[in-house]
Design a protein around this ligand. Structure first.
Ligand code: PMP
Length: 413
């Protein structure tokens, strides 16, 4: 076996040193963290800027004339600039800070829905969507008498784009699809999905929660109308996320929540709202979250997303090959074009039991429906075991995981 420590384009030993939690013992065993799809660990570069912010700069933003407030404002707005550059948006005015992917979807469903969704209209999703990219649209459709249409997948877990083409019609008001499936890891051809929708002038919303940690994203190249992600999956804190929206939508949408920070002038007779993203950032925002997110994006950009993608792909292929050597293992979404997520089951064994026995060996995987119950219904299973890798994981950890899995299977058979 090739030793991963010798070959990577980045220094994995140094990288692992950046993540203090990786030294933790779980059940007296060295932690092997394969639950990155749920949330990723934070490097000390991110932890350090948060401590620095609270020890040296803590202050509220935007309306203070004093030095600390101005410093905090500069760093918060610099974070917006870093996000803009990271996803190649054309302007900082297109970057709204939210609590995460879930809030970003809710924001657009609310604002877009109020203006454009009426009885009989249709919204297209796919069968592999996370509940967060289903429920806001479902409620909207219920309220407005609109209809959800669902792009099917094939047995490998790939979207059926021919069926998608057939679903696009004059009734379609919006398409909302995940860039990468959190359960299968399958990467969807969002460029094609956007291009097909554009032919009929239909806006596209992309749930990028599982794409942003693993690949370079260019929202202008995708030509999507909306793109969102969560900070915590990309090595930043929880409670911060991003909604990218083309400026035309920012201009025409009415505020989603209102309060301090969203206005130009207020009187009891009339309120004039702020221009740009501030219109959607009501109340004191997650300042340290935004600053932490900027530090996280800087961190991964220093390693390079191409390097990260290539290394994670290698880990995924290695683990997939090892899993395939075990009898009774079924892998879902076994395609070449995927991010570092592997969902599988062991015939005759409940995923929870496997997950529990792996935990006893210090190995963290996720088990269950992964907030994708419609996808579980498609495969006719209650759930899967999901191993999701980050660039700080190693082939050695995969070897330990495979041994642990074999042990668990033996005990449960
Ligand atoms: N969409 C996808 C594809 C996800 O993986 C997740 C998180 N599992 C979400 C949406 C929701 O993200 P959050 O809980 O950070 O809002």
């Amino acid at each position: 076996m090739q030793n991963i420590l010798q070959h990577t384009a980045f220094n994995i030993v140094e990288v692992r040193e950046d993540f203090p939690i990786l030294k933790t013992l779980v059940n007296n065993k060295p932690l092997i963290y394969f639950d990155n799809g749920a949330t990723a660990q934070k490097p000390k570069q991110v932890l350090d800027v948060i401590i620095k912010y609270y020890t040296e700069e803590n202050s509220n933003i935007h309306r203070g004339v004093h030095t600390l407030s101005q410093k905090a404002t500069i760093h918060y707005e610099l974070a917006r600039e870093i996000v803009k550059k990271h996803i190649k948006a054309s302007s900082v005015n297109e970057i709204i800070f939210t609590r995460g992917t879930t809030e970003s979807v809710n924001l657009v469903a609310h604002c877009f829905g109020k203006l454009f969704i009426n009885k009989g209209d249709e919204i297209i999703l796919s069968v592999m969507e996370h509940h967060s990219n289903i429920l806001p649209w479902q409620i909207l459709c219920e309220e407005r008498g609109a209809v959800l249409k669902v792009i099917p997948i094939n047995e490998k877990g790939e979207l059926n784009l021919n069926e998608y083409k057939k679903l696009l019609s004059a009734k379609t008001k919006l398409v909302s699809v995940s860039h990468v499936s959190n359960t299968l890891g399958v990467i969807n051809d969002m460029k094609e999905i956007c291009a097909l929708a554009k032919q009929k002038n239909i806006p596209v919303f992309i749930d990028g929660a599982q794409a942003i940690p693993h690949m370079a994203v260019d929202v202008q190249d995708l030509d999507c109308d909306f793109y969102c992600f969560s900070g915590h999956k990309v090595y930043a804190p929880t409670g911060i996320g991003v909604l990218y929206a083309k400026e035309k939508w920012i201009e025409i949408f009415k505020p989603y929540q209102v309060g301090g920070g969203t206005i130009k002038t207020v009187s009891f007779e009339k309120t004039e709202y702020a221009d740009g993203p501030l219109k959607f950032e009501a109340g004191t925002p997650n300042i340290e979250g935004a600053i932490g997110l900027a530090a996280a994006l800087n961190y991964i950009n220093e390693i390079g997303l191409e390097t990260i993608s290539a290394y994670e792909h290698e880990l995924t292929q290695y683990a997939t090959q090892k899993l395939k050597q075990l009898t009774n293992v079924i892998i879902y979404g076994d395609v070449a074009n995927k991010a570092s997520v592997i969902s599988f089951n062991v015939k005759g064994i409940h995923p929870f039991d496997v997950g529990t026995l792996l935990d006893k060996q210090g190995i963290a995987v996720r088990t269950g429906h992964h907030c994708t119950q419609p996808l579980m219904q498609y495969f006719n299973i209650p759930g899967t075991i999901r191993a999701s890798f980050a660039f700080y994981n190693t082939k050695e950890e995969i070897d330990v995981f495979i041994l642990g899995l074999e042990k668990a299977i033996k005990m449960l058979s």
